[in-house]
Design a protein around this ligand. Structure first.
Ligand code: HPA
Length: 272
């Protein structure tokens, strides 16, 4: 089946299972599952039930879609995303974003856990992503372009919507939530970076580094969605003290920062 037909069939399956069409999509990063509690009138669909959906394999990622209302808007939340390092192809990783677009979602909120490289950052900081550097070895739009999904050569001058960034800064100020801003570098993992790699990634303009987000954002922009994304800084790559990073520490740090991120995203969705 062609990608377009797969997307349409998955979207119509989902439509048959939900009451209201969502306008905002949310993708949760590792350890950020707490946001689910802010959704009212929930309907859950597990990935294993959804035609054409891959199944998530990483600890800290639940593997379900949650529909309901948040800040008075209909939302669709992905609890558990697909990573390139799990062995999925780019088309599989980004398939849920295509389905969101087919369901009529205009706004995409993406979150992730990331390693900080900006020396001013601390563990537990929230970073608004203002731009990214794509270091994945494969591009999600590689191959024949289907113009029903988007243009062949999408502009990436404003991958992260400026108005949404402004709104986030304004609301964070009012809510007394400290936020950082910066450039996210996306690469494949699953190893964390060597000290030399962290230094290099900072040198080329990166403030945080992680193993997700970039493919999803590219596909969302291909489809013309407005994107807002945030990182929780769960470890620091550039310090004088050698550090050992574990997935457990990443999840722990993410859990602490998660309520702040959830409150901010909720306030943004309410304001949109
Ligand atoms: N590097 C890459 N991915 C990550 C990191 C990191 O330091 N922390 C959380 N995800």
């Amino acid at each position: 089946m062609e990608l377009f037909d797969k997307i349409e069939s998955t979207a119509s399956f989902i439509k048959s299972r939900i009451k209201e069409t969502p306008t905002c999509g949310i993708i949760l990063g590792s350890g950020l599952g707490g946001m689910i509690e802010l959704i009212e009138n929930q309907t859950e669909i597990h990935y294993s039930e959804i035609p054409n959906f891959p199944v998530s394999t990483v600890e800290g990622h639940a593997g379900k879609l949650v529909f309901g209302t948040m800040g008075g808007k209909n939302v669709m939340l992905m609890a558990g995303r697909f990573h390139y390092y799990e062995g999925y192809g780019m088309q599989e990783i980004t398939f849920p974003v295509r389905v969101m677009k087919a369901l009529g979602i205009e706004y995409l909120f993406v979150s992730n856990a990331a390693g900080g490289m900006n020396p001013k950052f601390d563990i537990g900081d929230l970073m608004i992503i203002t731009d990214h550097i794509n270091l994945f070895p494969e591009h999600p739009l590689r191959g024949k372009n289907d113009s029903r999904l988007g243009t062949r050569f999408p502009d990436m001058g404003e991958a992260y919507n400026k108005e949404l960034i402004e709104m986030a800064n304004y609301l964070a100020g009012r809510m007394e939530i400290k936020v950082r801003s910066g450039v996210y570098v996306g690469l494949q993992g699953p190893t964390f970076e060597t000290p030399a790699e962290y230094r290099w990634l900072h040198t080329i303009g990166g403030d945080a580094v992680g193993m997700s987000t970039v493919p999803e954002v590219i596909v969302a922009r291909h489809g013309g969605m407005k994107v807002f994304a945030m990182s929780v800084i769960t470890d620091l790559g550039i310090t004088d003290i050698p550090v050992v990073i574990t997935h457990e520490e990443v999840l722990e740090a993410a859990k602490i920062a998660a309520p702040k991120m959830a409150a901010l995203v909720q306030a943004m969705i309410k304001t949109i």
